[in-house]
Design a protein around this ligand. Structure first.
Ligand SMILES: Cc1cc2nc3c(=O)[nH]c(=O)nc-3n(C[C@H](O)[C@H](O)[C@H](O)COP(=O)(O)O)c2cc1C
Length: 154
């Protein structure tokens, strides 16, 4: 949210969508008040009935507090590039064993085996044991897994 005014200052006539940590009507209102044309919501929509991710993953998002969304250091060892070349960006995840090992002992992570395991888990409807997005701490604002259209405060 702190970056939104800076982006707006250089955007000129280009419409700006604010993203990151927006999970309810208050975030939307704040972004519009700053001058953004709209918002992009990610994590909050994971914890909705319509989202076809594992119920355990939704429950973890709802239960998490803001400090549990950690930066996923060395994510590029097991994930495709997260951003454009030359733009440094670290995704966030709730802590998992893989997230911890990537941070604390990256050389010990067998990237090929981890990626194969991750893809297999995702195909089975899981994957959240390895990498558990939220993209940001906004998941902590998700108080229950509601239908997307009835998110509190929209
Ligand atoms: C499951 C998931 C996957 C995402 N993947 C990417 C990605 O590959 N590259 C990227 O730049 N942002 C990615 N994002 C970030 C979203 O595009 C969006 O900017 C972000 O989720 C907004 O913040 P919020 O999650 O707090 O609403 C992802 C977000 C989620 C929840």
């Amino acid at each position: 949210m702190v970056l939104v005014p800076q982006v707006l200052d250089v955007a000129g006539d280009v419409p700006v969508l604010a993203a990151g940590g927006i999970a309810d009507g208050r975030g939307l209102a704040a972004a519009l008040a700053m001058g953004a044309q709209g918002v992009q919501v990610g994590t909050r929509l994971l914890a909705t009935r319509e989202m076809r991710i594992h119920d355990d993953w939704k429950a973890r998002i709802v239960a998490a507090d803001a400090l549990e969304a950690v930066k996923m250091v060395n994510a590029e060892r097991v994930l495709p590039p997260y951003s454009r070349p030359g733009v440094r960006a670290e995704p966030r995840s709730l802590e998992t064993d893989l997230v911890r090992r990537l941070r604390e002992e990256p050389e010990g992570v067998d990237a090929e085996a981890e990626l194969a395991g991750l893809l297999a888990a995702v195909r089975e409807g899981g994957g959240h044991e390895q990498i558990r997005s939220p993209g940001s701490p906004s998941g902590s604002s998700a108080t229950c897994a509601l239908p997307a259209r009835s998110s509190p405060g929209w």
